[in-house]
Design a protein around this ligand. Structure first.
Ligand code: HEC
Length: 246
């Protein structure tokens, strides 16, 4: 049998079982991955659904102030007089130096915040400097070590998925060669764009849209290959058998 005679509808049964099993598992995996993105990044801006803001918050962070600052101007506004709030905000903007904790701020938090923040479960305990410090830091988004880790896992892992998907799709029939080349290569291009966009967004929030383009691009290309391959392996042979039987 020549290579060009190997087509998805006529593949030997064992090879088909392997390919179909693989595509089913990978297809499910991609759906779960989509759900996971919605659940983790989708909620970054506090609203459900994935938006540009979510991507900016996840990779770039909230650089216009710490959590303490935004809370003291928000839901914690009533907890202290304006002068006290300003005092805390200034200290936080300075990086909340520990040298001023014992002599001054321990007392301030003790007077205004600790009656709740040390007794109520589920909210940070402000009798401890470390807990205050964590919320006084400006959120600069994903850290370089975590981006490095996620980037290499993504590049290696997803390349494997696309490699086998593309290999299976090579044996599709009736798809013009240019379209095959396009469908097989685009996921790799968009994968690289996607990973690159995280780093660019960490550097400047204006690149967040590239993340969406990358994600949508490789989802579309892989969905196309998945659907065509499954159709040709499962439905086409049945159709051929039916029409042959008539
Ligand atoms: C009457 C009780 C009470 C007092 C007093 C109080 N808080 Fe809170 N604080 C809460 C509750 C309840 C929440 C959780 C709900 C929310 O985030 O609004 C919270 C949440 C916060 C958060 C967000 C925590 C997080 O993990 O995101 C910050 C920051 C905060 N408070 C700062 C302060 C500071 C600073 C003071 C003192 C000036 C203060 N709070 C005084 C009850 C209190």
């Amino acid at each position: 049998m020549k290579f060009s005679e190997l087509t998805l509808p006529t593949l030997p049964r064992p090879v088909k079982a392997l390919f179909i099993g693989y595509l089913l598992a990978v297809g499910l995996g991609l759906c779960v991955a989509g759900m996971q993105i919605m659940l983790t990044h989708g909620m970054a801006d506090g609203k459900s659904g994935l938006s540009l803001d979510d991507i900016v918050y996840s990779y770039y962070g909230h650089r216009d102030g710490s959590t303490i600052e935004s809370k003291l101007n928000g839901s914690m506004k009533e907890m202290a007089e304006p002068e006290v709030r300003l005092d805390i905000i200034k200290w936080a903007r300075n990086g909340a130096p520990e040298s001023e904790w014992e002599p001054h701020f321990k007392g301030v938090f003790g007077q205004y915040c600790v009656m709740c923040h040390s007794t109520m479960p589920g909210i940070p305990d402000f009798s401890k400097y470390e807990e205050v410090k964590k919320l006084a830091e400006v959120d600069t988004g994903a850290s370089v070590p975590s981006l490095t880790r996620v980037s290499h896992i993504h590049l290696f892992g997803i390349s494997f998925i696309f490699f086998f998907m593309g290999l299976i799709f090579c044996f599709a029939v009736g798809v013009p060669e240019w379209l095959k080349v396009l469908a097989i290569s685009t996921p790799f291009v968009f994968l690289i764009v996607d990973v690159l966009s995280w780093w660019l967004t960490k550097w400047s929030p204006g690149f967040a849209w590239l993340t969406i383009i990358g994600g949508v691009g490789y989802s579309l290309a892989s969905t196309f290959m998945w659907v065509v391959s499954m159709y040709q392996m499962v439905i086409m042979p049945c159709r051929a058998r039916e029409s042959g039987a008539q």
